[in-house]
Design a protein around this ligand. Structure first.
Ligand SMILES: [Zn+2]
Length: 330
């Protein structure tokens, strides 16, 4: 089958066998064709089908993961697809089914990621687990007894908007102190630059001489992205280290909440920020242990996803394998 991950900047797609073997993969800028996400998506699928046909590989269907909420019964992307506005409200499942004459399964990208981990990744064999993707945003997916838990109206799993500081940083959702407002990539950069600014403008009483010296050294050099903050922390930059220590602790607290609420056997951390924190995973676990109930914590493994960015289409492919045919057929 085909798996297609539609991201805000790239569409990654692959021809995948039932056991998760990748036969062919391609990736393209999300708006490569006419500046339009839907046209580009169709072209990517067309190219993969052409490849499958050349290789004599039969294709039984298409799994598609999109950023944002999906109305499963209608097969539409929600009206506020912030990353790719041209997808908003589009009946994408029917559009693709009619264009290619193949069954199509459409779901949110983090749900797809969770099913991918369950079929092909670190969650193989797990029945109750939670996935947390940490990147530009924070996504969550909850699997209970082998089934995605969607909640009463499909919004379950918005772990990024769990409150971890009741009077904390404002979040774009309108609330404050959300987990996302501390651990998402752009928020890590913002916190580092805010601390840098506060130290430099002496709004902050600097207790540590080291912090003050670091700030002076970096006066002309704001942090550019999360990878920059991780790198600076690794190289001993005191401001970056302070921010990363905060990120590690707050993420630990967030995970502690998940452990207490779901008693999962596994928590999978994915996304670029999770990879950036790979060397600090033991500290994240220690904080999670501090915040969680001890017996629930003992039952939970905390692991990094082993999917790399290039294989984002494995989740949507798994979605197709995992989906009940009754939903595929109408
Ligand atoms: Zn929020």
């Amino acid at each position: 089958m085909l798996g297609v991950d539609v991201g805000g900047t790239r569409i990654s797609a692959g021809l995948v066998t039932r056991d998760g073997q990748v036969l062919h993969a391609l990736s393209r800028s999300s708006r490569a064709i006419d500046g339009d996400g839907v046209a580009t998506l169709k072209q990517v699928i067309q190219d993969l089908l052409a490849h499958a046909s050349t290789e004599n590989v039969p294709v039984i269907g298409i799994g598609v993961g999109v950023p944002g909420a999906v109305n499963l019964s209608a097969g539409t992307v929600s009206a506020d697809a912030l990353n790719l506005p041209e997808l908003s409200g589009v009946p994408l499942r029917d559009v693709l089914r009619e264009a290619f004459g193949l069954p199509v399964v459409l779901d949110n990208d983090v749900n797809a990621f969770a099913v991918g981990e369950m079929l092909f990744g670190v969650a193989q064999g797990a029945r109750t687990f939670v996935c947390l993707t940490l990147g530009t945003g924070v996504g969550g997916a909850i699997v209970i007894n082998g089934q995605l838990f969607r909640g009463a109206t499909g919004f379950a799993g918005e772990i990024g908007h769990a409150t971890v500081q009741w009077d904390g940083r404002p979040c774009f959702c309108g609330s404050r102190g959300c987990l996302k407002a501390y651990v998402a990539g752009p928020d890590i950069v913002a916190q580092a630059n805010e601390l840098l600014f506060a130290v430099n403008s002496e709004q902050l009483a600097v207790s540590s001489e080291r912090l003050a010296q670091d700030a002076r050294r970096k006066t002309q050099d704001a942090f550019s992205d999360a990878a920059d903050v991780f790198r600076a922390a690794q190289q001993g930059d005191a401001i970056a280290q302070e921010v990363i220590a905060r990120v590690v602790r707050i993420l630990g607290a967030g995970i502690g909440n998940l452990v207490n609420i779901f008693n999962p056997e596994l928590i999978v951390l994915g996304g670029s920020v999770a990879q950036g924190l790979a060397l600090r995973l033991d500290e994240v676990k220690q904080w999670a242990e501090d915040y969680a109930l001890s017996e629930a914590f003992q039952a939970a493994r905390i692991e990094l996803s082993t999917f790399d960015k290039q294989a984002a289409f494995l989740g949507p492919a798994a979605l197709f394998i995992n989906h009940p045919p009754s939903i595929i057929d109408h």
